[in-house]
Design a protein around this ligand. Structure first.
Ligand code: ADP
Ligand code: ADP
Length: 208
């Protein structure tokens, strides 16, 4: 299975990615997680990316594209992959198409998880992640256990979330017609219980 989850910040991409990857035994490739790891390690790439991430803006295409190309050559990606949060611009999608064509690979489908903006702000502002396990929680919708070591992402504050939503609508939403024209887009309603949304995503990908 070679697939992509697209959707606005807070749509549930990370949450669903974990279930889908488990189901298919494929790696989750989250450019957001990769960039945060660079930031935490203080690499040159991480320091450069942090300026954009903290402002709620997209990191420049060439930075992300280089990172993804390296990741795709790792052995675990040979059996398939799920991209979460990549591509986020038409330039990234075109570059991915070129890379896959070079490797002789094709995408099976692109799942768009749809959620209205006002709900997204509530989801993102209540998101907390366990530092040790990477598990994603929500203070209200998916409460963490009492012993969780919770972190609030630097960019999960209301002002930054608004900028990220704008970046999504301006720069990422053009991917919807891009993949629609290629017959790859599957739309999934992202509102509802998490396991219900998982079923919808699996159905969209052709699993029963
Ligand atoms: P994304 O990766 O698209 O930004 P996440 O998977 O991190 O989104 O989810 C954002 C927040 O919303 C998290 O706190 C998560 O627990 C919560 N969440 C995810 N799916 C649902 C859902 N179906 N209903 C309610 N809250 C959800
Ligand atoms: P979310 O899905 O909640 O928006 P991510 O973890 O996917 O969060 O992304 C967090 C931030 O990392 C983005 O706001 C952006 O600054 C940067 N980022 C992640 N993926 C990309 C990408 N493919 N292109 C450009 N910037 C990216």
């Amino acid at each position: 299975m070679r697939t992509i989850l697209i959707g606005p910040p807070g749509a549930g991409k990370g949450t669903q990615a974990k279930f889908i990857c488990q189901q298919y035994g494929i790696p989750q490739i989250s450019t957001g997680d990769m960039l945060r790891a660079h930031k935490a390690q203080g690499t040159k790439l991480g320091l450069e990316a942090a300026k954009f991430m903290n402002a709620g803006a997209l990191v420049p295409d060439e930075v992300v594209i280089g990172m993804v190309e390296d990741r795709l050559t790792q052995p675990d990606a040979a059996k398939g992959f799920l991209f979460d949060g990549f591509p986020r611009t038409v330039a990234q999608a075109e570059s991915l198409d070129a890379t896959l064509a070079r490797l002789g690979l094709k995408l099976d489908g692109v799942v768009l998880i749809e959620v209205a903006d006002d709900l997204l702000v509530r989801r993102v502002c209540g998101r907390r992640t366990d530092r040790r396990s990477g598990q994603i929680y929500h203070l209200e919708y998916n409460p963490p256990p009492p012993d969780a070591d919770l972190v609030l992402r630097d960019d999960d504050r209301e002002e930054t979330v608004r900028a990220r939503l704008k970046a999504y609508h301006d720069q990422t939403a053009p991917l919807i017609p891009y993949y629609e024209q290629r017959g790859l887009l599957r739309r999934v309603d992202g509102v509802g219980e998490m396991d219900e949304v998982t079923k919808r995503v699996l159905t969209a990908l052709g699993a029963s």
